[in-house]
Design a protein around this ligand. Structure first.
Ligand SMILES: Cc1ncc(C[n+]2csc(CCOP(=O)(O)OP(=O)(O)O)c2C)c(N)n1
Ligand code: SF4
Ligand SMILES: [Mg+2]
Length: 283
C-alpha cells in the first residue's frame, strides 16, 4: 500500500492554502506506515463531523462514517465498543469537538476508551463562513461577532488533562514532521488520545504568520508527570502572545474502557450459561 492508493476520486474543495491539506497528507503517510508495519487498513475506521475538516474522510480510501455535527466522539466510541479490534480515528473541528460535542470528549477521556481524536483547530466555524468558536481569541471579529467576541477562549487541553485523558498533544499543520510523529504515536497509544492540531483557515482566520512566529517544539519534557504537562499546556492560553508549545504533553497508561466492559460481558455470559445448565438439569 502506498499513499497514492489511498486517494479517492472525490474532488477536493478546500481553499488553496488551507491547513487541512497538511493533515490529509500526513494521515495518509501515517496510515501507509502503520500498514507496512503489519496493521491491516481494513481495520481502520475514520469518523468525521460536519465542517470543512469533515471532508477529509472523502479523500482517503478507508472505511469511514460521517457523524452529525458534535457527535464524532460518541460514534467513534460506539464503533470501538462494537468491535475492539478496530482502530478508530475521529476527525473533528474545534466547533465540533470543543463546542457542540464538548461533553463527549470529557467522558471519552474519563473512560479512557481506546480511540484517537484529531481536532482540526482553526479556531473558527469554517464551513458556515467564519463565526467564533470556543477557541477563538478575545475580540475575534467574525460573522456572528462583528464588534469582536467578548469572552476569553477555552484551553481544551487543560480540560482534557483534568478529565483523565491518557494522551494529550498539540501539533501545527505547518510543522509536518512533528505532525506525522504525533499522529503515529497517538494512534498506537492504548487509551484515549487527543491531538489539538493548529490548522489555519486562510479564508476566515489566517493564523500562519502568528503561529510561525510563536510555536516551538517541546524538548526535555517528561510527559508522564501531570504537573509538568499542566505547566506546558497552560503556558499559552489560546489568547496571549506567549510561546506555543508543540508536542506530546501527557502520556500515561491506564486500563482501557472496552476491556473493562468486555470482562463484565463475559461474566454475564458465563452466568447465563450456568443458569441454562442448571435449568436443563431440572427438565
Ligand atoms: C446539529 C448541527 N448544528 C449546527 C450545524 C451547522 N454547522 C455545520 S458545520 C458547522 C461549523 C463547523 O465548524 P468546525 O467544527 O469548527 O469545523 P470547520 O468547518 O471549521 O472545519 C456548523 C455550526 C449542523 N450542521 N448541525
Ligand atoms: S474555509 Fe477555511 S477551513 Fe474551510 S477549506 Fe477554506 S481555508 Fe480551509
Ligand atoms: Mg473550525
Amino acid at each position: 500500500m502506498n499513499q497514492k492508493q489511498l486517494a479517492t476520486s472525490a474532488k477536493n474543495t478546500w481553499c488553496p492554502g488551507c491547513g487541512n491539506f497538511a493533515i490529509l497528507n500526513t494521515i495518509k503517510k501515517v496510515l501507509t506506515v502503520i500498514n507496512e508495519e503489519g496493521f491491516p487498513l481494513d481495520k481502520i475506521v475514520m469518523v468525521s463531523g460536519i465542517g470543512c475538516h469533515a471532508k477529509i474522510v472523502d479523500y482517503i480510501d478507508v472505511n469511514s462514517y460521517y457523524a452529525i455535527h458534535g457527535r464524532v466522539t460518541p460514534v467513534a466510541e460506539g464503533i470501538k465498543l462494537a468491535n475492539p479490534d478496530l482502530k478508530v480515528i475521529g476527525f473533528a473541528g474545534d466547533g465540533d469537538a470543543y463546542g457542540e460535542g464538548l461533553e463527549h470528549i470529557v467522558f471519552a477521556a474519563k473512560r479512557n476508551i481506546d480511540i484517537t481524536m484529531i481536532v482540526h483547530n482553526n479556531r473558527v466555524y469554517g464551513l458556515t463562513t467564519g463565526q467564533y468558536t470556543p477557541t477563538s481569541p478575545l475580540g475575534f471579529k467574525g460573522r456572528s461577532t462583528p464588534s469582536g467576541t467578548a469572552e476569553l477562549p477555552l484551553n481544551p487541553l487543560e480540560l482534557m488533562l483534568a478529565s483523565g485523558a491518557t494522551f494529550i498533544a498539540r501539533a501545527y499543520s505547518n510543522r509536518m514532521d512533528l505532525l506525522k510523529r504525533t499522529f503515529k504515536e497517538a494512534i498506537l497509544h492504548k487509551g484515549f488520545s487527543l491531538i489539538d492540531v493548529l490548522q489555519p483557515c486562510v479564508t476566515f482566520f489566517n493564523t500562519y504568520e502568528y503561529y510561525n512566529k510563536h510555536v516551538y517544539e517541546l524538548t526535555s519534557h517528561d510527559s508522564q508527570i501531570f504537573d509538568q504537562a499542566l505547566k506546558k499546556i497552560s503556558e499559552w492560553d489560546y489568547n496571549s502572545e506567549a510561546p506555543i508549545a508543540l508536542g506530546t504533553f501527557y502520556k500515561i497508561e491506564k486500563p482501557v474502557f472496552e476491556e473493562q466492559i468486555l470482562k463484565q460481558k463475559t461474566k454475564v455470559l458465563d452466568r447465563n450459561l450456568k443458569i441454562k445448565e442448571t435449568l436443563a438439569n431440572y427438565i
